[in-house]
Design a protein around this ligand. Structure first.
Ligand SMILES: [Zn+2]
Length: 296
């Protein structure tokens, strides 16, 4: 049911094919579908496949199998693995990402970083800006390109109003182009959202730092449309033992549960139970009505 006052054009479901989808992914998809229905937004299926070492054909197929099995709808994007390969892979949009990198370069927003994996590990979660003043040419072989981030205020439109935050230290000088020459997640995600006209982004709370990084990146690209987008960060699903669900957690994968004979209603009910809801849930739209859709 559409809610008065809540109006968006497009949102997206954006899985990464680096593992089988699990209950936590489904939570995110269903909240996206629920908000899309309430706000009149179309849903784009975008498969984030630039992490070439981790993408596997069986994980691509699993995305379609899972969405179809759970009857989660989408309006735009590939309907199957073949359409994905032919038209929708991010590998088809490399030129767009290159254009964005060029723009950042022209604005003086980038530097090359040749730190080794071992060095980066030493820094821990916070890159200290080691290569910032080395002035390495941006075409230095085997280098990451990093964004010259700053401590400016970042305004985030959320469903419950504007929030103001600063980039967390873990996002200082985040990578926008990897050593393999491919764009990094943050850059590709922003460019895609702008390209496809997404104005509502639904994601887990663990991606709040990414939202801030992406808003700062969009500002440096000079793009206002992205800054005007609305973000909803939903609580994460925890396993019964209190651990975060991960893609390696085999017994929470939808594929495993399906092979165990679970029905879609069983799966929706399991997720609802993990949120402390006791009723049986038959489909995604019933499920999406159970959970709050305002920022926590
Ligand atoms: Zn470095």
């Amino acid at each position: 049911m559409q809610q008065p006052g809540l109006k968006f054009n497009k949102t997206r479901i954006a899985p990464t094919p680096s593992g089988y989808l699990h209950l936590g992914n489904v939570l995110s998809f269903v909240l996206t579908a629920g908000l899309a229905r309430q706000s009149g937004a179309k849903i784009l299926l975008r498969i984030d496949d630039l992490d070439r070492d981790r993408v596997k054909p069986e994980y691509i197929q699993d995305i379609f199998d899972t969405l179809n099995f759970l009857e989660i709808p989408w309006d735009e994007g590939p309907r199957n693995a073949e359409e994905y390969r032919k038209e929708w892979s991010q590998m088809h949009r490399l030129e767009l990402y290159q254009d964005a990198l060029k723009k950042l370069e022209q604005g003086g927003h980038l530097f090359a970083c040749t730190c080794s994996r071992a060095q980066l590990q030493q820094y821990g979660n916070v890159y200290p800006g080691t290569c910032l003043h080395k002035n390495l040419p941006l075409n230095t072989p085997d280098s990451n390109l990093r964004l010259i981030t700053d401590g400016s205020e970042i305004v985030v439109n959320t469903l419950s109003g504007k929030q103001i935050a600063m980039l967390p230290a873990e996002m200082n000088y985040f990578v926008v182009r990897k050593k393999d020459g491919l764009p990094a997640y943050q850059l590709a995600s922003v460019v895609d959202d702008i390209y496809f006209g997404v104005d509502l982004v639904v994601r887990g709370l663990d991606l709040w730092p990414s939202t801030l990084a992406q808003l700062q990146l969009a500002a440096k690209l000079g793009n206002n449309a992205f800054a005007d987008s609305t973000f909803f960060h939903h609580p994460l699903l925890m396993a019964p033992d209190g651990q975060k669900l991960s893609k390696s957690a085999g017994d929470t994968s939808i594929k495993y549960l399906r092979e165990q004979g679970k029905s879609p209603a069983d799966i929706y009910t399991i997720i609802a139970n993990l949120f402390g809801k006791t009723q049986r849930v038959n489909n995604w739209s019933q499920f999406s009505e159970l959970l709050p859709t305002s920022d926590v």
